[in-house]
Write a protein that binds this ligand. Structure first.
Ligand code: ATP
Length: 347
């Protein structure tokens, strides 16, 4: 039995389809992040899981119970979900402790106290548990909102952009912190995010959604190194597409020369294809005879991201340790180190 199973979900608004045959299965205790460009359908999918959104076709199953199909839409409050939205929606006239107790008022006082104790330990809230929301920072309010959602021990916790009001620099840190909290509690989480670094830090698997379709549901490593299609390759991280002709099952010919990988790419010799090259596939090497000209460079702290022209035309990206500071127009030595080829059909 899965914590969540979506079967062929279709949703339309005024005849415009915004979710297109989405199917996925989520294991108990797994953290899934729905990621993708604006308007792709992430929030609609989260609202469908919660029961705020009716579906035209498909089924929503949570912990072995069917909650939605094209005829039935079980009410939100009967789905035993925890939800945290962007604005946290804390009650301003209640303290953090009282906010958290709100959803577990039916428990006896000693049990409530025990829950508060456990959650404030887990989420590091002891120093502000008796303060009101207006006395708390954004991050502290977020913790209270998450504790309130976790207190009734939901089958599934749904988070809609929980870091959207936070500083960009803080987000990855908070995501790592919350991941530890959710893993300790063993709770299953579905979170919507715009930000891939936050999703990488938080999720076991990431569902990349674009144009209402699930493009790929995979680990961050899988999305980055084994993208299903050109959209995924382009959206996750950086890189460039190069036209190529297949030489054999491990090798393609490009304007950069022959590129070899250590896995089979599945295309036939002689076929025209496109190969996707990441900045970490192109290494700077002063000793190499192969050179490329610096067209542009962006300082990234530990690294520079160089845009390089090879043979005066083909442009590629290269991540280079930032003590190698070369000016624009200089030719620098490069070496290709491609572990596996990412190949797509020619357009
Ligand atoms: N109630 C609605 N009525 C009509 N169209 C809607 C409604 N809700 C969403 N849409 C449309 O459905 C599409 C998907 O929207 P959704 O909010 O799910 O995307 P999203 O990926 O969450 O975007 P964002 O990241 O910007 O929040 C959009 O084109 C949006 O305009």
């Amino acid at each position: 039995m899965h914590a969540l199973e979506l079967k062929n979900i279709n949703v339309s608004f005024s005849a415009r389809q915004v979710l297109n045959s989405i199917s996925l299965q989520v294991n108990d205790g797994e953290i899934i992040c729905l990621l993708g460009p604006s308007g792709g359908g992430k929030t609609t999918l989260l609202r469908t899981i919660a029961g705020f959104q009716t579906i035209e076709d498909g089924e929503v199953w949570i912990a072995g119970n069917k909650y939605s199909d094209n005829k039935v839409n079980v009410a939100v409050e009967k789905r035993r979900l925890g939800m945290v939205f962007q604005d946290y929606a804390l009650f301003p006239h209640l303290t953090a402790r009282e906010n958290i107790c709100f959803g577990i008022y039916q428990l006896a006082k000693p049990e409530q106290d025990q829950k508060i104790e456990t959650l404030s330990e887990l989420l590091d809230m002891k120093s502000f548990i008796d303060l009101y929301p207006h006395q708390l920072s954004g991050g502290q309010q977020q913790r209270v909102a998450i504790a309130r959602a976790m207190a009734p021990e939901p089958k599934l916790l749904l988070l809609d952009e929980p870091f959207s009001s936070m500083d960009v620099e803080l987000r990855e840190l908070l995501a790592r912190d919350l991941r530890r909290v959710f893993k300790t509690a063993g709770i299953t989480v579905i979170m919507v995010s715009h930000n891939q670094h936050e999703a990488f830090a938080m999720a076991d698997r990431i569902g990349l959604i674009n144009g209402g379709s699930l493009q790929q549901l995979d680990s961050a490593f899988g999305l980055y190194h084994r993208p299903n299609n050109e959209f995924v390759a382009d959206f996750i991280g950086e890189g460039v597409f190069l036209d190529a002709v297949v030489i054999d099952e491990h090798c393609v010919d490009t304007k950069l020369g022959l590129l070899k990988g250590n896995t089979q790419h599945g295309y036939k010799a002689g076929e025209s294809v496109r190969v996707f090259v990441r900045p970490d596939d192109i290494l700077h090497d002063d000793e190499s005879e192969k050179t490329a000209v610096v067209i542009d460079k962006v300082f990234r702290g530990a690294e520079f991201l160089y845009t390089l022209a090879i043979n005066g035309q083909e442009q590629v990206l290269s991540l280079v340790p930032s003590h190698h500071d070369h000016p624009v127009n200089e030719a620098i030595g490069i070496r290709l180190e491609i572990e596996h080829l990412v190949v797509f059909p020619a357009k």
